[in-house]
Design a binder for this molecule. Structure first.
Ligand code: OSB
Ligand code: MG
Length: 368
């Protein structure tokens, strides 16, 4: 396969409601959608999960546009690719910028699976026909608002509730949640809002039988997380700290976590996600698929990845309708009784809705 043409689009989609984490609030989702055409005129699609601002990681929509336009697209155009794993070799002299790399690598995986006539899930080696999903719930104004939201998602069948926490919105809130929902699979995500000085607060969370606490400490740390894991019984899950197979290997070796959240963009693509998945499986470290408030294209990639065997915990890939009035794929991603049925059509298995994509497009540029 050869990529003959790439189109970048800057899309802006309005979230149905604001989403608040310890580092800020999202209302509009600005992101890059990438369409890659091969020599047969087939289109593969990828989504950059970088946000408008560098809150979650240093990458932004604009740094991704720059990397794609000036380095990644020129490196890949007209190169003969026999398997998507080769994309990382083409990019091997370009450091980091994982979300930018992942955007185009995802489109190559889509094209590759279309060419083979198989679903992206089976091209990756996934075997599940449906996947279990949970939901991530932002910080609310009051604990009673949070309880009402959890109630709604429990009724909708979501398999695990993830509650965002930060200093001042943690132990007391989790206590109320546990009181009202004693048996619900529950976890907390701090998005790096604590340090080891907060160890008493983090230890106090042990009382609530959480499945895990996600990224309590600094976004670039694996040393302090190992110390924390020694001191608390709740499993630590790393999100922000893991950018590669090597990061995962070191974190496992140090005992920094018991669980890893894999985000395709954060680790630079599906090939690296698969390598991390396999490493974790061999070390009996469960993984799950994180979310970045994706549109349907990124969501479809998450669904496919989650079909791999060691994705044994529900991920954050909720239904399209949870985020958007109208998503940019048909059909949209739907959740029934906490499960997404994995599409079996070739490629990502959902059709990009070009008219809707155009309606959200602010800027567009084609490279050949
Ligand atoms: O830490 O997983 C996170 C959203 C934005 C940035 C970081 C995170 C999140 C979520 C939401 O938790 C996941 C989703 O529903 O897509
Ligand atoms: Mg997280």
């Amino acid at each position: 396969m050869r990529i003959k043409e790439v189109t970048l689009r800057h899309l802006q989609m309005k979230l149905k409601f604001p989403f608040t984490t310890s580092f800020g609030t999202f209302q509009d989702r600005d992101f890059i959608l990438l369409e890659a055409k091969d020599e047969n005129g087939n289109s593969g699609w990828g989504e950059s999960v970088a946000f408008h601002s560098p809150w979650y990681s240093e990458e932004t929509m604009k740094t991704n546009w720059h990397m794609l336009e000036d380095y990644l697209i020129p490196a890949l155009l007209n190169q003969e690719i026999t398997h998507p794993d080769e994309v990382s070799e083409v990019f091997s002299n370009i450091r980091k910028n994982n979300m930018a790399k992942s955007t185009i690598e995802g489109a190559v995986w889509d094209l590759y699976s279309q060419e083979k006539g198989v679903s992206l899930a089976s091209a990756l080696g996934g075997k599940k026909s449906k996947i279990e999903v949970g939901i991530s719930i932002g910080i609310q104004d009051t604990a009673s608002d949070l309880l009402r939201i959890i109630e709604k998602y429990v009724q909708e069948g979501y398999k695990r509730m993830k509650v965002k926490i930060k200093p001042g919105w943690d132990v007391d809130v989790m206590r109320e949640v546990r009181k009202e929902f004693p048996d619900v699979p529950l976890m907390a995500d701090a998005n790096s809002a604590y340090t080891l000085e907060d160890i008493d607060t983090l230890k106090a969370l042990d009382e609530f039988d959480l499945m895990m606490i996600e990224q309590p400490l600094a976004s670039d740390d694996i040393i302090d997380h190992a110390k924390l894991q020694e001191a608390i019984s709740t499993p630590v899950c790393l999100d922000e700290s893991i950018h590669s197979y090597e990061d995962a290997r070191k974190a496992i070796e140090l005992g920094s976590c018991g669980i890893i959240n894999i985000k395709i963009g954060r680790v630079g693509g599906l090939s690296e996600s698969k390598r991390i998945h396999d490493l974790c499986e061999s070390h009996h470290i469960p993984v799950w698929c994180g979310g970045m408030l994706e549109s349907g294209i990124g969501r479809a990639h998450n669904v496919a990845l989650t079909t791999l065997s060691n994705f044994i915990m529900p991920g954050d890939t909720a239904a399209s309708s949870r985020y958007w009035e109208k998503d940019i794929i048909t059909p949209e991603v739907t959740v029934e009784d906490g499960y997404i049925t994995v599409p079996d059509k070739p490629g990502i298995g959902y059709e990009p809705d070009l008219e809707t994509i155009e309606s959200f497009t602010i800027e567009k540029k084609t490279y050949k």
